[in-house]
Design a protein around this ligand. Structure first.
Ligand SMILES: Nc1ncnc2c1ncn2[C@@H]1O[C@H](COP(=O)(O)OP(=O)(O)OP(=O)(O)O)[C@@H](O)[C@H]1O
Ligand SMILES: [Mg+2]
Length: 250
């Protein structure tokens, strides 16, 4: 990672702190995501992974700390500039969070409509929706309702929705949780092919050690509210620190 020291990260968190009453969840968590890399954050259930990612996309306000997207500190820029920056970020929510009362097509049109003016998308959105669905192998599901899809298909549609604006940065919150091993592998393969095709930078939150091994260029372990350990899968999985080892034991 030495060679990356002089490169501006596409995403940066510095000393992020967030408490809920007495519950200090993040106690100074930092990370840097560099262009084109797959960075995995692992942490136990309840350690604050989703809280961290929600702070990143503005769904939650941190108590303290600095958040930078493409070098811009997000507290210091105006709302409209912030919105434009955020169109560069795709977010795959934990679960899938599709809108149940909308068809697959309408779910995918949703982010397009929201950012229509900024993106100058006056041409037909049909082609974009189809392209996004083709990327995840689900063009045939375009007119179905979420309830008519399997869990794995829902996850793929959610992925298509996260990708439809061709974001430079994708945040994945537990992309494989709740899926069977084979479907998990398919999702991981999709994530890798998307990264290759679009050279996206990805921040992947997962419990899934196999997912981390296959997809990560680098990993951060979130323990006690801080970035407790960082390194490649190989480095971390051979660590002698018991808190680090605990992640890799079955
Ligand atoms: N809106 C909220 N109000 C109060 N407490 C919250 C809120 N959101 C999260 N928390 C608390 O913050 C802690 C971290 O939650 P978070 O959802 O980030 O965990 P996580 O690491 O994503 O866990 P999991 O792996 O199960 O998804 C938990 O103790 C949770 O109860
Ligand atoms: Mg979570």
């Amino acid at each position: 990672m030495e060679d990356k020291k002089n490169i501006e990260p596409v995403l940066e968190l510095k000393d992020l702190k967030k408490s809920f009453g007495e519950n200090a969840v993040l106690n100074g968590f930092s990370l840097q995501l560099f262009k084109g890399e797959n960075l995995v954050v692992m942490g136990r259930s309840g350690s604050g992974k989703s809280v961290m990612i929600k702070c990143l996309v503005g769904l939650m306000q941190p108590d303290e700390g600095i958040i930078k997207i493409k070098g811009e500190e997000i507290s210091s820029i105006g709302h409209s500039a912030l919105d434009v920056l955020r169109t560069n970020i795709g977010f795959l929510f934990q679960g899938s969070a599709l809108y149940d009362s909308m068809t697959v097509r309408e779910n995918l049109e949703f982010p397009l409509r929201r950012h229509k003016e900024k993106l100058q998308l006056d041409h037909n959105t049909e082609a974009l929706v189809l392209e996004a669905l083709e990327n995840v192998g689900l063009a045939k599901a375009i007119d179905l309702m979420p309830a008519e899809l399997s869990g794995g298909m829902q996850r793929r549609v959610a992925l298509a929705r996260a990708l439809i604006l061709k974001p430079e940065i994708i945040l994945y919150d537990e992309p494989t949780t709740g899926l069977d091993p084979i479907t998990s592998k398919e999702i991981i393969q999709l994530m890798r092919s998307i990264q290759k095709t679009y050279n996206t930078s990805s921040l992947i939150i997962t419990h899934d050690v196999d997912c981390a091994r296959v997809i990560s260029n680098r990993m951060i372990l979130l323990v006690d509210g801080i970035n407790y350990a960082e390194g490649t899968y190989k480095e971390l999985s051979s660590s002698t620190d018991p808190k680090v080892q605990a992640f890799f034991k079955n």
